[in-house]
Design a protein around this ligand. Structure first.
Ligand code: PLP
Length: 373
């Protein structure tokens, strides 16, 4: 089915950037200044982002993956170390760990997609340096118990908040628990720009100073290399886009939460076929992805596509069963909850540009499917 033929499309980027005039005007201004790396637009975005999350600092970098990699390095993670993370995540989480030279150690997840704190302790070894919880789908990981384990075992915590801008747990914003947190500004994320970009938040002055070195070749001045670093600066043009988008994040979040509530209400009466993941009352979910567990998943998925609803699966093949991760020696059965989820989860469009009619249409198609199957 062609993009224009979807009744309920998954990507909303055309609507999101349908009126780019303000952004383009700022880019023209930027062209006159010719400050093409870092500079005032990047600084402004960093200040707004830190204020929005509630941290002392934010440091813009080249991607969400780099945000995690540099945050881990700022936490002292390097070659020979182990970093514990969730088995159910996007490959970039594991990739970032490997790029520091450390080994990723996977731990199974809860039915709400985030790392199971009860399974962390047995994964800790003498080489473990950090825990990297992932706030997957816009859920928030159980940060209370995770921070308790980290304190007791003297481990650093870096949060993967790429899918969870403005999520909260126990009244505290995701990304403010650990030493630092990484966010992605990739076009598919809730705060999205026109290419790859990422940002790290921290309230540690020391970590922030180190991150500013790490993203810019380790240069403390034009001529002095303080540490070995990377070239991973937040692109100035993406910062301009970000400065426009950041004003919308609260309303984007509210709309997504509203659409999720409409789905939840409809699916609550369909428990023979659909299971809504546990909705913990102490968590504010921001629904980067709206995911349910469904019976006859593959048939329903095909049916939705046929009826013009662009559903997705995040993610159909767990990381530990991917060919690219075979060097780590994991096998089928290692993470039963992650493997169970991969077989029955389904993602429905729930973005800010969806109309209520589209949400109702999607619900109607799902009802129709189960009536006939
Ligand atoms: C998107 C994402 C990343 C990586 O972000 P990029 O900007 O694409 O590098 C990392 N972790 C998770 C969970 C993500 O969803």
């Amino acid at each position: 089915m062609k993009a224009g033929r979807w009744k309920v499309r998954f990507s909303y980027l055309q609507q999101q950037f349908a009126r780019p005039d303000g952004i383009l005007k700022d880019i023209r201004r930027h062209l006159k200044g010719c400050q093409f790396t870092l500079g005032p637009d990047v600084e402004r975005f960093e200040k707004s982002f830190a204020a929005m999350i509630g941290t002392r600092h934010a440091v813009g970098v080249g991607s969400g993956t780099d945000a995690l990699k540099l945050a881990l390095k700022a936490a002292g993670v390097g070659y020979g170390d182990e970093v514990i993370t969730a088995a159910n995540t996007f490959i970039a989480t594991v990739g970032a760990i490997c790029e520091t030279g450390a080994r990723p150690v996977l731990v199974d997840v809860k039915p709400y997609f985030t790392i199971d704190p009860a399974k962390i302790e047995s994964a800790i070894t003498s080489k473990t340096k950090a825990i990297l919880p992932v706030h997957l789908t816009g859920e928030a990981a159980d940060m209370g118990p995770i921070m308790e384990i980290a304190r007791r075992r003297n481990l650093a915590v870096v949060e993967d908040a790429c899918q969870a801008i403005l999520a909260k747990v126990d009244g505290k914003t995701a990304g403010t628990f650990g030493l630092a947190a990484g966010y992605s500004l990739h076009p598919l994320k809730n705060l999205n720009v026109w290419g790859d970009a990422g940002i790290i938040v921290t309230s540690s002055d020391e970590a922030a100073a180190r991150l500013r070195l790490l993203r810019n070749h380790g240069l403390s001045s034009r001529d002095e290399v303080e540490i070995l670093g990377h070239n991973s600066r937040l692109d100035s043009i993406q910062a301009i886009v970000g400065n426009w988008l950041i004003k919308q994040v609260h309303s984007i979040t509210r709309k997504r939460i509203g659409h999720a509530a409409m789905y939840d209400k409809a699916f609550a009466g369909m428990s023979d076929h659909i299971r809504i993941p546990p909705r913990r009352p102490n968590v504010r979910r921001v629904y980067h992805l709206y995911i349910i567990e469904v019976r006859k998943r593959d048939e329903l998925y095909a049916y939705l596509l046929k009826r013009g609803v662009e559903a997705k699966i995040h993610y159909p093949i767990p990381l530990h069963l991917q060919k690219g991760l075979s060097p780590f020696g994991y096998k089928a059965g290692d993470f039963p909850e992650t493997e169970r989820q991969a077989k029955c989860i389904l993602t429905l469009p729930a973005d800010q540009h969806l109309s209520d009619r589209q949400v109702h249409y999607t619900i109607g198609v799902i009802r129709e499917f189960y009536k006939n199957h």
